[in-house]
Design a protein around this ligand. Structure first.
Ligand code: XUL
Ligand code: CO
Length: 436
């Protein structure tokens, strides 16, 4: 394999005492934690859009990323030339899986037919490199938000022709995902929302979106794709209001339109915080509905308040994420996709490695700490005890549905007024810190 990162060695585990910046200090892929290797627990994936296509611009300045392998053109040849670079990156960073949007791996052609043709050619190249390297696809998706034709939405566009274009892209992206053995397919509805209600028929747009997702489910059946469909919630950015604004909104939509059997959620940390929730809140909301599927691992900047897609480095947060992942019994078709980019100032290829090493080590620590917390069972037994009044007597009857307002009224009248018990939040926060 050619060498696009000549000064970067293959990244290996050297342990917490190592001062080699190009080594893992905590991520030891084959080490077994809670009955499974770290590699299998964490199922890391790298996103093509950030690793290969993000120029690192911001709203006030152009991109800074140094990409000596890229001629800067939107040609098919350039798209093909990027593929070996990406697979070399995956090899060196020791990440087994990746994710892509159709339009970040191949360009838009002069016609839709030409676009699909070029896409097919690049997918062939991915297939070849997957075979050579043993890397696999976590999930694919279609970019239904970048092109100006989607300015009013894709599946929620007021134009039926735009809707058909979007459907055509999904058909091809889904078929490519199937061909590449992807275990999932994501919908992130970047433009599926509105800028203003004054020109919008919300009910019709929601109906169209649901129909669109059903069409994808039908097509998956037709082609034999058995991967998992995911919706990725995000509030605002880019639209004023996005229909998939948070986990609860997505679940309600999926339930209303009879889609809950076919979809799970792909929860992203920075989207959770933009929605005014913690990541753990979004994860628990999804888990409570049996619908947590996958995670886009990153973090926001508390001082900025937009989708900065930074690499996850906060051990407190990675621990809380891994507690939820372990509690749900681990990933099946999902994984931890680093939907994260370097800062504009970190523009050299080696920064890609520092960024991913940091994210992987932060999640490795989170995994180990979470496993210990769960093994010790102190939090679980505290919470169990806190709800113990529902384990027997009137509480148990509430849970089994054997009560009425009359029987609860009679019970309340027959007892002493309930005493107030402490929730011990600060005690538990101290206990949590003792593990970190
Ligand atoms: C956008 C975002 C997307 C999805 C895939 O904020 O997170 O990159 O992950 O479309
Ligand atoms: Co994402």
């Amino acid at each position: 394999m050619s060498d696009f990162f000549p000064n970067i060695p293959k990244i290996k585990y050297e342990g917490p005492d190592s001062d080699n910046p190009f080594a893992f200090k905590h991520y030891n892929p084959d080490e077994v934690v809670a009955g499974k290797s770290m590699r299998d627990h964490l199922r890391f994936a790298a996103p093509y859009w950030h690793v290969m296509r993000n120029p690192l611009g911001d709203p006030f300045g152009e991109g800074t990323a140094l990409t000596p392998w890229d001629d800067g053109s939107d040609s098919l040849d350039n798209a093909l030339a990027r593929v070996p670079v990406f697979f070399e990156f995956l090899e060196k960073i020791d990440i087994d899986l990746y994710c892509f949007h159709d339009r970040d791996i191949s360009p838009e052609g002069k016609s839709l037919g030409e676009t699909h043709e070029m896409f097919g050619r690049v997918v062939e190249e991915f297939e070849k490199f997957q075979k050579e390297t043993g890397k696999g696809l976590l999930w694919g998706t279609a970019c239904l938000f970048g092109h100006p034709r989607y300015a009013h939405g894709a599946a929620t566009s007021p134009s039926a022709d735009v809707y058909a274009y979007a459907a055509s892209q999904v058909k091809h992206a889904l078929e490519a995902t199937h061909r590449l053995g992807g275990t999932g397919y994501v919908f992130w509805g970047g433009r599926e929302g509105y800028g203003a209600l004054i020109n919008t028929d919300m009910k019709r747009e929601l109906d169209h979106l649901a129909r669109f997702l059903h069409l994808a489910v039908d097509h998956a059946k037709k082609i034999g794709f058995e991967g998992q469909f995911f919706i990725e919630p995000k509030p605002r950015e880019p639209t004023t209001h996005q229909y998939d604004s948070d986990a609860a909104a997505c679940l309600n939509f999926l339930r209303q339109y009879d889609l809950l059997d076919h979809f799970q959620l792909n929860i992203e940390t920075n989207h959770a915080t933009l929605a005014g929730h913690t990541m753990q809140h979004e994860l628990q909301t999804a888990i409570a509905a049996g619908a947590l599927g996958s995670i886009d691992a990153n973090r926001g900047d508390e001082l900025l308040g937009w989708d900065t897609d930074q690499f996850p480095t906060n051990i407190y947060e990675t621990t809380s994420v891994m507690i939820e992942v372990l509690r749900m019994g681990g990933f099946t078709k999902g994984g931890l996709n680093f939907d994260a980019k370097r800062r504009r100032e970190s523009h050299e290829p080696e920064d890609l490695f520092h960024a991913h090493i940091g994210g992987m080590d932060a999640f490795a620590r989170g995994l180990k700490i979470a496993a210990k917390i769960i093994e010790d069972g102190k939090f679980a037994s505290f919470i169990k005890e806190r709800y113990a009044s529902f384990d027997s007597g009137i509480g148990a009857q509430v849970e089994t549905g054997e009560v009425s307002l009359d029987s609860l009224d009679a019970h309340a009248l027959s007892i002493e007024a309930p005493s107030l018990r402490s929730g011990r939040q600060e005690y538990l926060e101290n206990l949590l810190n003792s593990y970190l």
